[in-house]
Design a protein around this ligand. Structure first.
Ligand code: ADP
Length: 446
């Protein structure tokens, strides 16, 4: 499949023993985040708004009532437990629902309320008395399309007669059959077929076009061109919207082509992670076994709330998980070969406190945030694919955002020259001391 091709390409230069665990594509990370975000991720960073057209509306709303939604839609929103708009929704929704409609490009990290915002927009504009598709939403993968569909069904549950169709692999329409549902949610390839080959709907009648997860979309071969093709089929007065979790120059370029006409651009930066509230230590060991023994000492000597342990390879992670389990610890093992749903379950169990220790590799932990973790152990220090110290990953494993700025402890294992050099490099890079800890005398840890 395209996904596999992509992963193989990405793995060309990686060290041999990581190879078995490098199967995480952008779409996997995205889906994992969707499965994990059962509530909003709060973000205090500043919202940035750019608009070329000064007449486009710009104000923020503090309540859903202020948006004058159809009563059945408002009821659906409240039934989902949404009391007030999220930070990005406060500013995005008035623009999204304005008349005449405005185009928008919006970027913010996963979990900040983008999906809810565009689903609300589609539902608010769809007229269920007209028996043809009026809203079209593109997602990069089958699974991501289904996630959006679930939100749409739930939010529209009081809107009688409103129908959604999935245009994804496995769903078929007969040639010449005309769709009479109101919202189509699908992946680019299938939607292209339905629009141009089977003519199952008239793309010129689409009133709201949404492209979600633009950054994932461009990472998948073929999706970009298919998206352009669909976009070109839209009528000029169709509302065009694009959403993304990240916003680098390749996403920007794509976004500019998908939404060419005066979009309002909204960006919500990720809250910065910092090492300010973290005490960092290192322990010197001579072997893997010695590392385990030191770790075991730590767990018996100090009371640790939730902790995560990072290993370089899947093999190391499962070895350690077995050893720790043997010592009576309740550990979860997060491994890259598991299906995403199972990975999400393991992370949820850990978040719920069912296991206090989560052992993981770099790769399978990508994209997850567990706020209540207070101790992070680098059983192996993070390295980039070409074996250089990976400071960014170090910060992401250990760092805290301002909001969750509780104190934390990081313990790094060093075994030999190279890892000592890595540690020194990281220490210098951040300008924060990493203190030596004696595995047999842990009094230094506070
Ligand atoms: P994103 O698309 O940016 O990843 P979502 O729209 O999926 O974010 O929202 C993340 C989580 O927060 C979901 O579980 C969603 O149901 C919930 N959510 C979204 N908007 C609100 C809101 N205004 N109030 C409460 N919860 C919300």
């Amino acid at each position: 499949t395209q996904d596999n091709a992509e992963q193989q390409g990405a793995g060309e230069n990686k060290p041999p023993d990581e190879s078995t665990d490098d199967k995480v594509s952008k779409s996997d990370i995205s889906l994992l985040q969707k499965l994990l975000h059962s509530k909003l991720v709060h973000n205090k960073a500043d919202l940035e708004v750019l608009r070329k057209d000064p007449t486009s509306p710009l104000h923020s709303v503090k309540s859903f009532e202020a948006l004058h939604l159809k009563p059945q839609l408002l009821k659906g929103v409240y039934d989902m437990g949404f009391n007030a708009p999220s930070k990005i929704q406060e500013t995005a929704l008035p623009v999204l629902l304005a008349d005449p409609p405005c185009n928008m490009i919006a970027q913010s990290q996963s979990g900040t309320g983008k999906t809810a915002a565009f689903v609300l927009t589609m539902l608010s504009r769809a007229d269920s008395s007209k028996p043809y598709p009026q809203c079209l939403c593109l997602a990069p993968t089958y699974e991501l399309a289904l996630q959006i569909g679930q939100v749409t069904s739930e939010m529209s549950k009081h809107m009688e007669g409103l129908q959604i169709t999935y245009a994804v692999r496995g769903e078929r329409v007969a040639r010449g059959e005309k769709l009479n549902s109101h919202i189509i949610i699908g992946t680019p390839g299938t939607v292209v077929d339905w629009a141009f080959k089977f003519r199952s709907f008239d793309i010129r009648l689409i009133r709201v076009f949404v492209l979600d997860e633009a950054d994932v979309m461009i990472s998948l071969q073929g999706h970009q061109d298919q998206s352009y093709r669909l976009q070109r089929g839209l009528s000029a007065d169709c509302q065009m919207l694009l959403f993304s979790a990240t916003y680098d120059s390749s996403v920007m370029e794509f976004a500019g082509k998908i939404i060419p006409n005066d979009p309002v651009i909204i960006k919500l930066r990720r809250e910065e992670e910092s090492l300010d509230n973290i005490k960092q230590y290192y322990i010197e060991c001579n072997s893997q076994q010695e590392k385990f023994e030191a770790l075991s000492n730590i767990y018996s000597a100090i009371s640790i709330g939730q902790s995560m342990i990072f290993c370089a390879t899947r093999k190391m992670a499962s070895w350690l998980a077995e050893k720790m389990t043997g010592e009576g610890h309740a550990v979860g093992l997060l491994s890259g070969e598991l299906p995403i749903e199972m990975r999400a379950d393991i992370i949820k169990r850990f978040r719920d406190g069912k296991e206090k220790v989560l052992i993981t590799t770099n790769v399978s932990a990508r994209g997850i945030d567990v706020e209540q973790v207070t101790v992070v152990v680098n059983f192996d220090l993070p390295l980039t694919l070409d074996h250089k110290p990976d400071c960014e990953t170090y910060l992401h494993r250990i760092g805290r955002t301002g909001r969750f700025g509780k104190n934390g402890i990081a313990i790094n294992f060093v075994d030999g020259h190279r890892s000592m050099n890595t540690l020194r490099f990281i220490e210098k890079h951040f300008g924060r001391q990493i203190s030596k800890l004696d595995a047999d005398d842990l009094d230094a840890i506070e």
